[in-house]
Design a binder for this molecule. Sequence first.
Ligand SMILES: Nc1ncnc2c1ncn2[C@@H]1O[C@H](COP(=O)(O)OP(=O)(O)O)[C@@H](O)[C@H]1O
Ligand SMILES: [Mg+2]
Length: 370
Amino acid sequence: MNKTLFIGLMSGTSLDAIDVALCRCTESGTSVIDFQTHPLPEHIRSEVTTFSHSKEIDLELLAALDIKLGRLFSEAVLGILKSTSYESSDIAAIGSHGQTIRHKPNTDETAFPFSLQIGDPNIIVEKTGITTVADFRRRDIAAGGQGAPLVPAFHQAVFSSEKLRRVIINIGGFANVTLLDGHKLVGGFDTGPGNSLLDKWIMQHLGLPFDSNGDWANSGSVNGELLKKLLSDKYFLRNGPKSTGKELFNLTWLDTNLQKLGENIPKKNIQSTLSELTAQSISLAVSEFNAHEAYICGGGAHNSDLVKRLIMHLSPTKVENIKKLGFEADHIEAAAFAWLSYRTLNGLASSSPISTGANGERILGAIFQA
Ligand SMILES: Nc1ncnc2c1ncn2[C@@H]1O[C@H](COP(=O)(O)OP(=O)(O)O)[C@@H](O)[C@H]1O
Ligand SMILES: [Mg+2]
């Protein structure tokens, strides 16, 4: 009998943790059997951050980080196997997203579009004994796409509903939306920053890794002039397909805009403005779609201040936590990579050209056979 258990591994731009989802994927659907987060040690986090920003990179250090992350991803898989009492031989495949070091898919910015994820899959297959699928983004880029976002096809498979126009809003470090018209996927793109600027601003000024519940943002008020300036970035004005990351939206981008404004804005008001920026850039991007329902997932679903703003701006669209559709907000991205590996192993395409802009559907990822 064909194995139906798949493990998805995801470590996003927030660098909060490695997400591990043990899923059952079959023709009739996908369900999460168990989910765990595996810690990313501080030294790894800071190495990833350094590589993401530096212009000059020591090749040997990068190659070493590739191995370190491969080992860490393996430990994450072994951890979920141990606590669920499954054996390696029970698992059909691991879908490993890898850690993004740089994402530069736009041909207008570089003649050599690329997206680089590391965490050596050879190590994962050797240490776990489980066939591993990795390198999901580059085939789509080679086919003329952005290589991102890849989750819309999964959202379509599990969250579409006949006769309903639904928006799935994933708020990780960056935010992406999936537009579903009945069972049809009609769009999917990155809207801009999700939690990333909120995390960075509160870390810089209060030394906290994130704004729990959005309480700090909620304690301030939005600066209209700054918001207008931030929203005038041409990224927000472009239609999809489009994808982005910390190469564009980072503290330098924020500081440049603050300097242009020349005002001394209280720190907490800047946090409120950043929360409003995430909410408005999402709502502006989906306003024409006139959805019946919107569902929020990703870590941003825990930020009540942000959710409150989204509910206000998306009205009259009904806004719910994705839990309403049977999945926990934090499980979805890792579950998506379990599903992507299921598709690859079965020789099925899983890219969505409507969201990435590629020339056509492709079977994504490379298979490292156990
Ligand atoms: N309780 C919370 N309150 C506010 N924000 C939260 C909370 N829990 C998680 N987050 C936000 O979610 C982020 C992690 O989201 P995640 O979907 O894992 O992003 P990524 O895919 O980039 O790793 C954290 O960095 C933080 O900003
Ligand atoms: Mg995360």
